[in-house]
Design a protein around this ligand. Structure first.
Ligand code: AMP
Length: 472
């Protein structure tokens, strides 16, 4: 399938060609034609699947195809001239966006805005802005005064502007809830309900979420009309392009030594290390810098400017190791991130999926390593139940944990997992732990080793059983 066959406007196709996109991803194939028809959508798809374009391309197509006329019946320029000739005094007019995208975090909002700029680069008159907490109000007022067609916003700050009369949703045509499950996890339910209630009934609503079960599914049904339900199964959801593993550690010092060792892997381009607390993010980034890594912390206590500068340095490759908390790292889309490390396991299994999705972006492969204390085995099992995948246990020679696993993990079958799936990728001594993501198996053998078993069984000194992850 091609982008042309999806029926997109020529200006959008031109931008996609320049972006180097050759064909739509699976979520785009399904969502774009339905959205162009004007249907509401409920989509379960992961970050990294191309979901931003799945909702933004049809929206841009729609705006590119319609004449630019405001409610006075005049184009904005005609209206400005008429206003000047009437001698009207300049006054603040509430922004009247045509499209609103709600995101859980500032980083994701900025990501969506920059993707919109990219996809809309050949369209005249379409402006997208981000409305975010942490950004100075005067700056946001200036942006809103430009009456942008597209607002990308985090819920809290948007409500502030709505309540002070700076935004009027009466002209809104399209509402998107991006990573809706995460917004609910973060306690935005009331804000979302309030925002939805301020938008016209006639709007088109598209909701994207990792899952459509439970509370998020119920909310999705409430705010959409006769929605088309799209479930993107398979590799995008299961992250089959990401080699996942667990390393057991005895204590913090063992964990730190192992992390240092793994970060020296020559196959690593860039990495994100996830910590449970902001303080740990700072401390570990400091420690890694002292150890000679180009590391930086990213967390919610940092000012937005500092967060943006850190993300820019990451994108430019000046930061090789980003040490981050969950919220701050959400929406990071840097294709050179080859490795994700869970220094601490996430609180919720959903976060594990979002975390590892920072690697293996845009069709590439990645590696996701969890450094786990034995007492946390149950948390690993919860993640496995959620992802329906067994995470193989690995051991690096010279970094073996003293304790053995309390309960053998061999033969475990989390729902949907079959022996032989996603087996362990054993490590090699002497500091070579991973094969290059995407590198073929050296001996061409099929997946071997224990069936994702306890780490004793997986300990081996050769690399013959590594999975092949295809081309990067
Ligand atoms: P998203 O899931 O929207 O965060 O997108 C993940 C990454 O895939 C981003 O870097 C996009 O630029 C990229 N991407 C989205 N659609 C395509 C496509 N059709 N072809 C190649 N890359 C894409």
């Amino acid at each position: 399938m091609t982008f042309e066959s999806l029926g997109l406007h020529a200006s959008v196709i031109q931008a996609l060609t320049e972006a180097g996109y050759t064909k739509p991803t699976s979520v785009q194939e399904q969502a774009v034609p339905a959205a162009i028809e004007g249907r509401d959508l409920m989509v379960s798809s992961q970050t990294g699947s191309g979901k931003t374009a799945a909702f933004m391309l049809p929206a841009l197509h729609k705006f590119a195809s319609e004449p630019v006329v405001d409610q006075t019946g005049k184009t904005p320029n005609q209206e400005m001239q008429a206003s000047r000739s009437r001698g009207d005094r300049p006054r603040f007019k509430a922004a009247q966006p045509k499209m609103l995208v709600l995101t859980p975090t500032r980083e994701l909002a900025l990501q969506v805005t920059s993707a919109t700029d990219k996809y809309g680069s050949h369209m005249k008159r379409i402006k997208a802005i981000s409305i975010l907490g942490g950004m100075p109000y005067p700056k946001q007022m200036q942006l809103l005064a430009k009456n942008p067609e597209i607002l990308v916003a985090t819920p809290g700050r948007l409500i502030d502007h709505m309540e002070s009369g700076k935004i009027d949703f009466s002209q809104l045509q399209i509402l998107v809830l991006d990573e809706a499950d995460r917004m609910l996890d973060m306690g935005f339910i009331d804000d979302i309900e309030k925002i939805v209630a301020a938008t016209p009934e006639s709007r088109q609503t598209m909701l994207f979420s990792a899952t459509l079960d439970g509370v998020v599914g119920n909310m999705a049904k409430r705010i959409t009309k006769n929605p088309m339900i799209i479930q993107i199964a398979g590799s995008a959801t299961k992250h089959e392009n990401i080699q996942q593993k667990v390393h057991f550690v005895d204590d913090l010092s063992h964990k730190n030594r192992l992390l240092d060792h793994l970060l020296r892997d020559e196959t690593m381009d860039q990495a994100v290390v996830f910590t449970a607390t902001k303080r740990d993010a700072d401390n570990i980034a400091d420690r890694l810098n002292i150890a000679g890594f180009a590391a930086a912390a990213l967390h919610g206590d940092m000012h937005q400017g500092a967060r943006n500068r850190t993300l820019d340095s990451l994108r430019r490759g000046q930061v090789r190791v980003l040490v981050a908390t969950d919220v701050a790292a959400r929406g990071i889309d840097v294709p050179a991130i080859t490795h994700v490390f869970n220094y601490d396991l996430p609180k919720f299994p959903e976060d594990y999926v979002h975390r590892i999705g920072r690697t293996g972006r845009a069709g590439r492969n990645g590696v996701a390593v969890s450094l786990v204390n034995h007492a946390e085995s149950m948390n690993v099992k919860r993640i496995e139940r959620f992802t329906k995948q067994l995470i193989p246990v690995d051991v690096v020679v010279g970094f073996e944990p003293k304790k053995t696993a309390s309960a053998p993990r061999s033969g475990q079958k989390p729902g949907g997992w079959k022996p032989g799936d996603n087996r362990s990728a054993p490590s090699k001594p002497g500091g070579r732990t991973f094969s290059k993501p995407g590198a073929p198996r050296r001996d061409g053998a099929g997946a071997g080793g224990g069936a994702g078993g306890g780490y004793k069984g997986n300990r081996t000194n050769d690399s013959s059983t590594r999975r092949s992850f295809g081309d990067r």
